[in-house]
Design a binder for this molecule. Structure first.
Ligand code: PHE
Length: 335
């Protein structure tokens, strides 16, 4: 009879206590099993009596276990019933979008408003899409091991050096009119400094149709700058050279970092280059069987790092990839 007292003393303090009870009495090495094992040592004439007591002990423990279990469930229910559901929730930290992605999205949204579609392509490219199709001759310095990361030293495969490779893939599949922008990461083997990195991000654009002119190019880019930086910003075009465009031009905007007073970003000229552009070279069109007598087009390519730097007055490109939360936390945007 003593065991009843002991068993009754058990309370379902928590699920753990209930489990302790189960292990002690009903587990494979528990008391019930152990006492059952004693049956063989009991003299025959006492076996019946022993069996009765044992059975009662077993039932008693099982019942107690069931009631302990029921109690913990009730306790849980009670906690839930007493819970104040109107309490404010625990706040949790959300990250912020990376400044380069904020600016990328903004650039994309401006060109989307002009009717450009977004195209993306692989970062590992072949020589044709990155260079050949873009009219870069075999001996062009950009193909040099110094500038291009080749995969396993194999000149056939490389990390794309510009997203013009995506434009090549679009021209391969699509007939004019073509109006796309190609945002993405590109790689160049440059020494990392405040002004350069071994990877950066670009948005390149391509517009091919009948009667596309240099005036369209200028107006499109001019519109972009005003949307991105505001109406006060000054713009200038300088003649330039790219193998895939003719004529070619680079576009500068008035320096937003120093306001023209002179700083390291504009190298004290008051102007900062933000993109390269030009009329698509007829050879590039012909590479994709686009009739260069019927169609013309313009293309441009800008570095997102540079645009972001001017927008947020960032003086060191390395900040973008150092993952310092003190830097990253400063940028919040719904974009
Ligand atoms: N592909 C050039 C670069 O990466 C940019 C560019 C694109 C220039 C289109 C002219 C026309 O530097």
């Amino acid at each position: 009879e003593n065991y009843k007292k002991e068993i009754n003393a058990y309370e379902a303090a928590n699920a753990e206590a209930v489990e302790t009870f189960r292990i002690k009495y009903l587990g494979t090495k528990g008391l019930v099993k152990t006492v059952m094992g004693e049956m063989k040592n009991v003299p025959n004439e006492q076996k019946k009596q022993f069996g009765l007591v044992l059975n009662e002990f077993k039932l008693f423990t099982e019942e107690k276990f069931a009631s302990l279990q029921a109690q913990t469930i009730n306790d849980k229910q009670e906690t839930i019933n007493n819970f104040d559901w109107s309490l404010p929730g625990d706040s949790f930290a959300v990250g912020t979008r990376h400044p380069l992605m904020i600016v990328r999205n903004e650039i994309v949204s401006i060109f989307k408003r002009l009717g450009f579609a977004v195209a993306e392509g692989p970062e590992i490219e072949d020589d044709w899409h990155n260079f050949g199709a873009m009219n870069l001759p075999e001996d062009h310095p950009a193909r040099d091991m110094q500038d291009t990361f080749y995969i396993n030293q194999n000149p056939a495969w490389l990390l794309r050096t510009h997203t013009s490779s995506v434009q090549a893939r679009v021209m391969e599949k699509q007939k004019p009119p073509i109006r796309v922008i190609c945002p993405g990461r590109v790689y160049r083997n440059e020494t990392i400094s405040a002004r350069a990195h071994c990877f950066f991000h670009q948005v390149e654009g391509l517009y091919i149709d009948e009667n596309v002119s240099f005036a369209d190019l200028k107006q499109t880019l001019y519109f972009f700058v005003q949307e991105m930086f505001g109406k006060e910003v000054k713009v200038r075009f300088r003649p330039s050279y790219f193998p895939f465009t003719e004529p070619s031009a680079e576009m500068d905007i008035s320096c937003l970092i120093c306001g023209g007073d002179g700083c390291n970003v504009c190298k004290h000229t008051g102007w900062v280059e933000i993109l390269g552009s030009g009329m698509v070279h007829p050879k590039v069109l012909e590479n994709f069987n686009i009739d260069s007598n019927k169609y013309t087009g313009f293309a441009f390519g800008m570095g997102i790092e540079r645009v972001c730097q001017l927008k947020y007055r960032i003086n060191d490109l390395r900040l973008y990839s150092q993952n310092d939360v003190r830097f990253l936390k400063q940028f919040t945007s719904a974009l």
